[in-house]
Design a protein around this ligand. Structure first.
Ligand code: ZN
Length: 307
């Protein structure tokens, strides 16, 4: 372990109740970690997407107070998922609620962190070994175990008063603590994960370009719904081209309160309106995930991967 890991592990892990991962049997399972955090696993190989547990309170965000990764919260989650065979941490964009904690998890799992150059600079500021970070760009196809991951160019949703917050890039190592506004967007990605047991699209932010998913079919879509525009328009643009996927909303929870407090929707996300509209447009194809519990996704296999 690095000195950083030792410090965190010694201080934090003994307080945490370890939980064994459940056997997964080769199907793809997804555990939702809050916000857009996901643990995707086939039992042999696993990926973490946007793991984020620091969740600073709203007043700190609003008043631009410096924040840094919450060692206790990171340790608690790590203790719950450490049995998972995590091979890579993927970051969809470098806003703080996606990238801030990712280097810590990559260090704990001793695996590469994959993200935009801005995300790489988050990792550098976190003293991650340069050899453990990898810049990814749209069009890249990554192979992790039996997962094939296509990196797609994406668009951030108009999350704050109709505008994209914290635009721009992070051009030098970002050393916390800093105000969350320093975690600038960078390049936004979506991910298409193909696996012999099924396929899924991870679309973390509720923006889109018309046609961005043309030619891609998925069994499930993990769909960021925070800061979306019109729900029906969003679903028609992003979900309809994917065929008939299971729709799993993410990024709907109140992420200014700690994960150990009862989960509740963020008011502006209008979760019920999303669920009602999605059910009307895609009957029987919508479900929410419990927090921190592995759920097996429907399969379809690689045969459904493209038209
Ligand atoms: Zn964002």
């Amino acid at each position: 372990m690095t000195p950083w890991q030792t410090q965190y592990a010694e201080k934090l892990l003994p307080k945490c109740a370890p939980r064994k991962g459940r056997p997964l049997g080769g199907d793809i399972s997804v555990s939702w970690l809050g916000t857009t955090g996901l643990l995707v696993s086939d039992g042999n190989d696993a990926l973490l997407v946007d793991p984020f547990v620091t969740r600073p309170p709203l007043w700190k965000v609003a008043l631009a107070r410096p924040v840094c990764p919450d060692a206790a919260a990171i340790g608690r989650l790590y203790s719950m998922i450490r049995e998972a065979p995590v091979r890579a941490v993927l970051v969809s964009h470098s806003h703080y609620d996606h990238s801030m904690d990712a280097p810590a998890f990559a260090q704990f799992f001793n695996c590469p962190l994959l993200g935009s150059l801005s995300t790489v600079n988050v990792a550098r500021g976190f003293c991650m070994d340069g050899g453990c970070t990898q810049e990814i760009t749209p069009g890249d196809v990554l192979r992790v175990g039996r997962f094939s991951i296509s990196v797609l160019e994406s668009v951030h949703g108009p999350a704050f008063l109709g505008r994209i917050p914290y635009r721009g890039t992070i051009d030098e190592p970002l050393v916390p603590p800093v105000p969350v506004s320093r975690y600038r967007l960078g390049t936004a990605f979506s991910f298409h994960l193909l696996h012999p047991s099924g396929s899924l699209v991870v679309h973390t932010s509720a923006g889109f370009r018309p046609g961005m998913f043309n030619g891609i079919v998925a069994d499930s879509v993990l769909l960021g719904i925070g800061g979306r525009g019109d729900t029906a328009e969003y679903l028609e643009a992003v979900v309809r081209p994917l065929g008939d996927p299971l729709i799993v909303p993410i990024h709907w929870d109140h992420f200014f309160i700690p994960l150990d407090q009862p989960l509740r929707p963020l008011a502006g996300v209008h979760l019920k309106e999303f669920l009602d509209t999605a059910e009307r447009l895609f009957p029987g194809r919508v479900r929410t995930l419990p927090l921190l519990d592995a759920v097996t996704l429907p399969g379809g296999g690689e045969a459904k991967r493209s038209r």
